[in-house]
Design a protein. Structure first.
Length: 124
């Protein structure tokens, strides 16, 4: 009986995948792995702008996205704030994006309207 009870209470529930995906970073790039296991990858060196896009649709649906813009129109990644490990972008922002505007992120997180906040732009 003790083994049964111990087994019943020691099992951790299987983690469900986050429908907003997961973020990974490596030396060369940032990766957004979507819920369907497709990957969006952008090299650090290709990022020309980092921003936050907010909508007025929350809190029932995701309303805040980190926007990583690449050098080619239409090439970039939109990472939902609610994605697993989305905070990794902020953790490496100082190193990867000198002069990154954390105040813009703070303002975006408090925003409940459709808006766009630029946090960093590459010097051209």
């Amino acid at each position: 009986m003790w083994k049964f009870l111990k087994g019943l209470f020691s099992k951790k529930p299987e983690a469900k995948p986050n429908p907003l995906g997961t973020v990974r970073v490596d030396e060369n790039s940032i990766i957004h792995i979507k819920a369907d296991d497709t990957e969006q990858r952008l090299a650090w060196s290709d990022i020309i702008e980092v921003g936050v896009l907010t909508t007025d649709e929350g809190p029932a649906v995701e309303d805040c996205y980190f926007m990583l813009i690449g050098p080619v129109e239409g090439k970039g990644i939109a990472i939902p704030n609610g994605a697993t490990d989305s905070g990794l972008l902020l953790a490496v922002a100082d190193e990867r994006f000198p002069g990154f505007d954390f105040e813009a992120v703070t303002q975006a997180m408090m925003c409940t309207k459709n808006n766009r906040f630029v946090c960093w732009k590459k010097d051209r």
